[in-house]
Write a protein that binds this ligand. Structure first.
Ligand code: SAH
Length: 343
């Protein structure tokens, strides 16, 4: 059965119209789902019995089952959700000075095969539906409801490649962003891609205000080919041409993510290559400590080396931040909780 959470406001209006109901009820229904966050059609007290019965016939209102939950000392919460077909998906709730942020998965497993990443240990089983992506955010908001708190930010940085599941991710974000939906502002929504160029080109044309983040991790093709197979399909010069086109249309600041991998990409040579690569772009680079994955040989850079790398970029006028570690006492690396649970 189709999930009601896969329907945008427009989809729900069309559904009501097709069934001889007035489309304006869609907004009321959205309020029940995303504002009051009810779990049963019968709780929609201002919706007619007839409409409720029809929806019960056609649409599922089921959300996700919490299979596991880990809480870190710093407040980070990691959820393992079970989908209706049994597939397992991870989402993370993080607490920052600026508020609560949810990291959502876009696929069950991932096919991008980045050599350092735990998500790729298990190949992609399937794409997540828009409703399954929306429900991750909704479930996390329900968790926050217990403390009267509100989810303020969404990052699509969990398991999966969002631009390999473009339509469902975009529909989900439109529901999350909708003033009658979860009402999270565009500028508080970020999508992270490993560099799927056709997705970047499509995204550029939509002229949405979401933030775009690129997992860079290596500033030259030789190294990037080894770390990220996507680079063989879309090498750096192709990627950066697409990013420059994006920037010329959207005028938005780009984020580059850069994992600090000890002895691999953290020497002054790479810092200088980053400087050249980002020159003249409206962008900043976020240096990220690597979360250890037991199946992989990679280690995060020593603190001393990380700081030296950071200072070197800063000195060369590259806009750079060094990300604080979150939840490193739990299975925080992408795909770790899921992989450990399946094992
Ligand atoms: N496929 C998308 C989004 C999911 S991955 C992308 O590649 O951007 C989200 C981010 O986590 C990426 O930057 C990814 O490279 C990074 N990542 C993967 N494994 C990690 C690990 N063990 N520790 C820290 N970051 C990791």
């Amino acid at each position: 059965m189709r999930s009601i959470y896969s329907l945008s406001l427009k989809d729900l209006e069309n559904y009501l119209l097709e069934n001889d109901f007035k489309p304006f009820h869609a907004k009321q229904i959205f309020r029940w789902l995303y504002d009051k966050r009810i779990s049963d059609f019968d709780q929609m007290s201002d919706i007619s019995k007839k409409m409720i019965e029809k929806m019960k016939e056609d649409l599922s209102i089921e959300t996700l089952e919490i299979k596991d939950k880990q809480v870190s000392k710093d407040g980070t919460k990691k959820f393992l959700f079970k989908m209706s077909d049994g597939a397992l998906v991870e989402s993370v709730l993080m607490i920052f000075e600026y508020g609560y942020s949810a990291c959502l998965s876009s696929q069950v497993g991932c096919n991008m095969g980045c050599s350092f990443c735990a998500s790729g240990l298990l190949k992609k089983q399937r794409d997540l539906s828009a409703g399954e992506i929306v429900c991750q955010a909704l479930m996390i908001q329900r968790e926050l409801d217990l403390d009267g708190k509100r989810l303020g930010n969404i990052v699509v940085m969990g398991t999966g490649e969002p631009f390999d599941n473009y339509d469902n991710v975009m529909k989900a974000l439109s529901i999350i962003n909708d003033p009658f939906g979860l009402e999270i502002g565009s500028r508080h929504i970020s999508i992270s891609t490993c560099g799927v160029v056709p997705g970047i080109e499509r995204f550029a044309k939509e002229n949405l205000q979401y933030n775009l983040a690129i997992s860079l991790h290596a500033p030259n093709n030789e190294l990037r080919d080894k770390l990220m197979p996507i680079n063989k399909a879309y090498p750096l010069e192709v990627l950066f041409e697409a990013l420059k086109d994006y920037a010329s249309i959207n005028n938005r600041r780009l984020t580059f993510e850069y994992l600090l991998l000890k002895g691999i990409n953290d020497s002054p040579k790479e810092a200088d290559e980053i400087r050249k690569l980002l020159k003249g772009m409206n962008a900043y680079i976020n240096l990220i400590p690597y979360n250890k994955v037991s199946e992989k040989d990679f280690e995060t850079s020593d603190d001393e080396n990380a700081l030296r790398f950071y200072d070197l970029l800063k000195k060369n006028n590259v806009a750079v931040t060094l990300r604080q570690k979150k939840g490193d006492d739990i299975d925080a690396a992408c795909g770790q909780l899921r992989a450990n649970n399946i094992k």
